[in-house]
Design a protein around this ligand. Structure first.
Ligand SMILES: *Cc1c(COP(=O)(O)O)cnc(C)c1O
Length: 361
């Protein structure tokens, strides 16, 4: 068996430590005589799994007591609707448009309330994060919405917008757990698990308590954060196996990596290796503004679509898979989430240099 280095934007690589532990526990979890997949979600064993997962997330991210952690389904995309359904009271929200995922959130917000576009980098192909000042935001808005790491383009907020007293709502799907963050800066954080937390099927919402319970009474129970908060995410059957794997990923982060400070150091090292290679290259170019570069998703192009195609194909043959850029932007994208080992980035950069020497005219 040869495992490839998988640069997919999501679902993406999981730590080998996690896969091996899950594999060892597949037929029998502990002394339960069954796999986690077969277990009642009301069983003692599963209750321990979900509680341990939440406690680990709280420890790793240093989540304050006045924030709830909710385990949901429906992907990050369902949050584009649940956020306005639950947070709109005055009926308007401010949004910064940094790409496809914020546009999708805007589309759903517009169905339920007023969407004020504060800034956008669309005119430049979303290659940077627009700068904003506090006076640009409406103090009467219910929230300000951002997509913190733009998976498709490879941009990231390195400084959060100053929204004053208006709660900041952020999509952290592709950067959660990549570095320490100050949770108190946000009203609501959400992330689909399939990038940095575990397998697809689980969405994590971290929400300040005072923002729960504002949904209109006509809101379906399953779309109301209060339902999940009041029932410890067990109103109905939660995605049990995905929660179990997420718990293992958090255990790996705590016990094998040593927490988010250490994770950040490793991620910085990986990203620096790839960006240095790009900055020194005469063939490859990184299209994103330097100060807004993402540590997780790194985009690059040769400027020649045929050559890009050749690169992706030859890389795949060398065991470096899923380097094709998002269909809306083309070129290449290397997603180097937490689980991508440094060896994968070393192999990629060596391959890039070899490809350059063979293809530079
Ligand atoms: C992947 C991704 C999404 C969509 O996630 P789904 O779980 O497929 O709905 C949304 N936002 C960002 C930033 C993403 O990277």
């Amino acid at each position: 068996m040869t495992r490839v280095f998988n640069f997919s934007a999501g679902p993406s690589m999981l730590p080998e430590w996690v896969l091996k532990k899950a594999s060892a526990e597949m037929l029998e979890y502990g002394s339960s005589g069954q796999s986690v997949m077969e277990m009642s979600h009301r069983s003692c064993d599963f209750m321990t799994i979900i509680q341990t997962c939440e406690q680990r997330l709280r420890r790793v991210m240093n989540i304050p007591d006045n924030y709830k952690v909710l385990f949901l389904q429906g992907g990050a995309s369902l949050q584009f609707s649940m956020i306005p359904m639950n947070l709109l009271v005055k009926g308007k929200a401010d949004v910064i448009n940094t790409g496809l995922w914020s546009k999708k959130a805007m589309k759903e917000l517009k169905k339920l309330g007023t969407c004020n576009l504060i800034a956008s980098s669309e005119e430049a192909g979303f290659s940077y994060i627009p700068k904003t000042t506090k006076d640009q935001f409406d103090p009467e808005a219910d929230y300000v919405y951002i997509c913190e790491n733009n998976t498709i383009y490879g941009t990231k907020y390195h400084q959060l917008p100053d929204t004053g007293a208006v709660p900041l709502v952020a999509d952290l799907s592709s950067c959660i757990l990549s570095e320490p963050i100050d949770v108190t800066q946000y009203g609501l954080i959400f992330a689909g698990a399939q990038k940095n937390m575990g397998p697809a099927g689980l969405t994590v919402v971290i929400i300040r308590e005072d923002l729960i319970g504002k949904a209109d009474e006509k809101t379906p129970s399953m779309l109301d954060y209060k339902t999940y908060a009041d029932n410890d995410s067990m109103f109905n059957t939660p995605p049990t196996y995905a929660i179990y794997i997420c718990g293992l990923v958090l255990q790996w982060l705590e016990e094998e990596i040593g927490g988010l400070d250490q994770m950040k150091t490793i991620n910085e090292k990986k990203a620096a290796l790839l960006y240095e290679t790009l900055d020194q290259s005469k063939l490859f170019k990184a299209p994103v503004a330097k100060e807004d570069r993402s540590m997780m998703n790194i985009t690059f192009v040769t400027g020649d679509a045929e050559l890009d195609k050749k690169f992706v194909k030859e890389a795949e043959a060398a065991g470096l898979v899923n380097l094709k850029g998002h269909r809306s932007v083309g070129g290449m994208r290397a997603s180097i989430y937490n689980a991508m080992p440094i060896e994968g980035v070393e192999k990629l950069t060596a391959f890039m240099r070899q490809f350059e020497s063979e293809n530079l005219k």
